[in-house]
Design a protein. Structure first.
Length: 186
């Protein structure tokens, strides 16, 4: 079994990449309100500051600063992922129509992806998210600025828009309103 060691630095600023299990999906932007609600509810229970955020169709990048005395970003991500997944399930958004299942004699359950591994099935994983996420503790103002710009520019990099301000699912709009954007981002 893998043993993932994550730093435990309280009050840290951390850059994240979180992916859906199904690359090429558009689920995150199609269900952006469910994702926003999951993040909002998690922030109420376990506060953190969102320094930057960008949601693309099948993955997202974020920079968070945790409160002093708190290093637990993993629980926060687990809560966000679980809330988003439950919201989809409860809203019957993906792969499950209980009335049709009962009428056709199928088992009533929720399986949004057909290609879940045996390991994921045993653990009850719904198959929406990749199980892990990537994180990097930000070290210094120069790296911080570069990672914020990376979040802003990611929709451009992926060819969704020509300028960051054209992408609706980005903190670039908040940052522009606050005067935080650097000139080269548009």
């Amino acid at each position: 079994m893998s043993n993932y060691l994550r730093p435990r630095i309280t009050g840290a600023t951390v850059f994240f990449t979180v992916n859906l299990a199904e690359r090429g999906s558009h689920l995150l932007v199609e269900e952006i309100e469910r994702l926003r609600a999951a993040v909002q509810q998690t922030r109420v229970e376990r506060p953190f500051h969102i320094d930057a955020w960008v949601v693309l169709p099948d993955h997202l990048h974020a920079i968070w600063t945790l409160p002093e005395g708190d290093a637990d970003f993993s629980t926060r991500w687990g809560a966000i992922k679980a809330r988003f997944t439950r919201s989809l399930r409860n809203g019957c958004r993906v792969g499950f129509n209980p009335t049709l299942a009962i009428e056709t004699g199928q088992a009533v359950g929720w399986n949004p992806t057909l290609h879940r591994s045996a390991s994921k099935q045993r653990k009850g994983d719904a198959g929406i998210w990749q199980r892990r996420f990537w994180e990097h503790h930000v070290q210094g103002e120069e790296e911080y600025s570069a990672l914020v710009r990376y979040c802003w520019m990611n929709p451009v990099k992926h060819g969704f828009v020509e300028e960051p301000k054209e992408w609706a699912y980005s903190s670039v709009h908040r940052d522009r309103a606050d005067g935080r954007c650097v000139r080269e981002v548009g």
